[in-house]
Design a protein around this ligand. Structure first.
Ligand code: ATP
Ligand code: MG
Length: 232
């Protein structure tokens, strides 16, 4: 790992074509995150925060520029290596939770482990995986909710379920997009307490938000404006 950076982005460019027009969203973003940091990226709606987060997590690719994870250029990974990277190294938390309503809360949480294994591999580790999923739910105050369906939960409980799912494979990096965007301020505060506690225990977190007050909860704030990082 170069200079303790777990994640770095160098001169990231990204445009979207909308019919004849091309919209330049990211115009040379540089960003470096140290292991154990809790970084918030703030910026106006439409400034490209989600686009950047998706690129950092390899859910999208930049037009130009390099994203490195623990020093490794992610554009050099094969499709198989990339899906393993996303499954094992990164946990994602989104504004709208993206839970599967057909599955129980517990099943949603252990799904990333199941998805990362073949049938035999899953058979071998499922006892452990279910135990870990239960422990995570208990830590997040959802021990009594394991057998419910996501649609039976409140917004805050759904987001805590999504956080448990993101933590399931012990990711080295948590990427979080407007985690409280759908919640009232007290519930949102509870979610931010969870991230603070995880960070104190060593979890590296990058969170994007348009809300300065939410960003204040992070250890460092960087601002995205006009397609670039405004302060460093
Ligand atoms: N797949 C896409 N196709 C076309 N345009 C896109 C696409 N994704 C994002 N954009 C455009 O890129 C710009 C930045 O979008 P992005 O979602 O990254 O902003 P954001 O900062 O996350 O905004 P918000 O705070 O509202 O979530 C917007 O103008 C958006 O319309
Ligand atoms: Mg967004």
């Amino acid at each position: 790992m170069r200079d303790g950076f777990i994640l770095s982005a160098e001169k990231i460019y990204k445009s979207f074509r909308m019919g004849a027009a091309e919209v330049s969203v990211l115009k040379g973003v540089d960003l470096a995150v140290k292991k154990g940091e809790f970084v918030a990226v703030v910026g106006a709606s439409g400034s490209g925060k989600s686009t950047l987060l998706h690129i950092l997590g390899t859910l999208d690719t930049p037009d130009r520029g390099v994203v490195r994870f623990e020093g490794r250029d992610l554009s050099r990974l094969s499709a198989g290596q990339l899906s393993r990277f996303r499954n094992k190294m990164v946990g994602f938390v989104f504004q709208f939770y993206h839970l599967l309503d057909e599955l129980s809360v517990l099943e949603n949480v252990f799904l990333p482990t199941m998805a990362g294994k073949g049938i035999i591999g899953w058979f071998a580790c499922r006892g452990w995986a279910k135990k870990r999923a239960r422990e995570l739910l208990c830590q997040l105050g959802l021990g009594e909710r394991a057998n419910h369906k996501p649609y039976q939960l409140s917004g805050g409980e759904r987001q805590r379920t999504a956080i448990a799912r993101a933590l399931m494979n012990e990711p080295r990096l948590l990427l979080v997009d407007e985690p409280t965007g759908n919640l009232d301020s007290a519930t949102g505060n509870g979610i931010l307490n969870v991230f603070e506690k995880l960070n104190r225990a060593g979890q590296t977190i990058v969170m994007v938000t348009h809300d300065e007050r939410i960003a204040q909860r992070a250890g460092r704030i960087i601002t995205l404006a006009d397609g670039r990082i405004a302060n460093k």
